[in-house]
Design a binder for this molecule. Sequence first.
Ligand SMILES: C[S@@+](CC[C@H](N)C(=O)[O-])C[C@H]1O[C@@H](n2cnc3c(N)ncnc32)[C@H](O)[C@@H]1O
Length: 219
Amino acid sequence: MTHEPDAATADATRFWDERYVSRRTEHGRMWSGRVNAAVAQQVSELVPGTALELGSGEGADALWLAARGWDVTALDISSIALEVGAGEAAKAGLSERIEWVQTDLTTWRPSAQYDLVTSAFLHSPVDFPREAILRRAVSAVAPGGRLLVIGHGGFPPMSEHVHDVEIPTFPSPEEVLTSLDLPDGWLVETNASMERTTKWRGEEDVVLVDTVLRVRRVD
Ligand SMILES: C[S@@+](CC[C@H](N)C(=O)[O-])C[C@H]1O[C@@H](n2cnc3c(N)ncnc32)[C@H](O)[C@@H]1O
């Protein structure tokens, strides 16, 4: 039996699918195709295990994780983005290591626990309960595992965010930490804002600020 998505899910799916289609038509891809710098920095030192990625997009982080031995479950609302990721995984011989799951995180509830739960730039201009999703993600972390939350410190210069529905603010890592409302038995390993220089759309150098929070469930 198939279920019709509710109106909010249908709207968010349409918004993101259309963004992926239009940007891929215009520029060949939506994102850079490279692992996020903060993900590489925060995860390189960890022993591979199971990983859950929230809002994987075209899967650059999932592919990077899988290539390092992680078994990844990649969740995103856009089947267009997930298909791109699955295609890249097939080309790289990593299909066995990544499960691509189309889901609306707004209604998602964790059904398993992972050594790493990661989200990079999980922001959306469509009505999006990010804090509640990240709080739920806490319960998807296995004992000894970690939650990694990477976000924008502000709008990238020259970004083309949609002005009538723009994201009101980007929280600091401290605010993300507070909103997670972690129970006892968690350790904060990274709580920082980090600058990085990147080529904007492959052209001009821009300095971006990433917020990085990494917490570990110690028992
Ligand atoms: C800013 S992009 C970041 C993508 C990827 N993590 C990266 O760093 O390239 C946000 C992603 O969240 C996904 N997303 C937005 N709303 C969602 C929702 N309600 N449920 C699941 N994924 C969602 C979008 O489709 C998009 O791929």
